[in-house]
Design a protein around this ligand. Structure first.
Ligand code: FE2
Length: 288
């Protein structure tokens, strides 16, 4: 399967107005609300990279993976079916996702994924409402997602053997195992962390400058956003980042300066330390 990049993330959320304010005022991304009530978050020249549907529950609607074209999508759909995974086709959903065609399926870990090709591109310049200079996307995709799953190694086998992700490295810290996977030069577009149930742990947005990170950290403080992990620098992808709580409860990692890797000279390692410095977890307030 020839997955090129993480294309989009679609979620259902209870507090969509909260998301709108959080996205524009803290993350510095452009927002738009469509007739259905869905909130679109734009970080580059695509109509959206994150779609938030008003919902009674917090959930992942679809993690969208971009493939090379129509033939690649057909080949991928066949590979999924050969692996015993049912694939769904929905032209209405493709229109909603602003892509030419897609297939939707549920991975063995319970995560709803979509494979697509032919993303709409309107070439409108990205202008941040909060002064963020820009987000690093392009061939590296939207950023990354980290999923919680009960069986990390079994789940990662599916993502590698069927979906074609390559192993970046693994980490076991405080008894929690995390497997980092890549599909392009971004060190990881997908990671799987051990935990109960199946859920989104966090997604990551990478900004263009270190000052973009600092300014976002200031805005988070100004808006009373809870910081889940302080500013720090990760070892494996070398990302300088902080983690903040989103209105959906999961975190967003907001970072800069990650390495770009090359399969020609990459070998997986077992990381025993998650960060060079920082990424400390502040004590939880007594009322939460
Ligand atoms: Fe991350």
């Amino acid at each position: 399967m020839d997955i090129r990049a993480l294309g989009y993330l679609a979620i259902g959320a209870v507090d969509v107005p909260g998301w709108s304010a959080f996205a524009s005022e803290v993350l510095g991304v452009m927002t738009d609300t469509v007739a259905s009530g869905d909130l679109l978050l734009r970080t580059d020249d695509r109509p959206y990279r994150i779609r938030i549907r008003p919902s009674d529950t917090e959930q992942i609607d679809g993690v969208g993976w971009e493939v090379a074209g129509a033939a690649a999508l057909e080949a991928a759909a066949s590979e999924l079916e050969n692996a015993g995974i049912a694939v769904g086709r929905d032209p209405q959903l493709a229109r909603e996702r602003r892509v030419t065609d897609l297939v939707a399926f549920v991975a063995p870990d319970g995560t709803q994924h979509e494979l697509f090709w032919g993303a709409e591109l309107d070439y409108t310049p990205f202008i941040s409402p909060a002064g963020t200079s820009g987000f690093v996307t392009g061939a590296l995709g939207l950023g990354h997602v980290v999923l919680v799953t009960e069986a990390v190694d079994e789940a990662s086998r599916f993502y590698m053997d069927v979906m074609g992700f390559r192993l970046s490295d693994t980490m076991t810290l405080s008894g929690t195992r995390v497997v980092f996977l890549h599909c392009n030069g971004r060190h990881h577009s997908l990671a799987l962390g051990g935990g109960r149930g199946a859920a989104l742990a966090h997604f990551m947005l990478e900004v263009a400058t270190v000052d973009d990170v600092g300014c976002a950290l200031d805005r988070a403080a100004d808006h009373g956003v809870r910081i889940r992990q302080s500013l720090g620098r990760h070892t494996n992808d070398q990302m300088l980042s902080f983690y903040a709580a989103t209105p959906s409860g999961f975190s967003v990692e907001y970072g800069w300066g990650a390495r770009v890797i090359d399969d020609a000279d990459w070998t997986p390692t077992e990381t025993t330390r998650g960060s060079y410095w920082g990424h400390r977890r502040p004590p939880r307030p007594a009322d939460s």
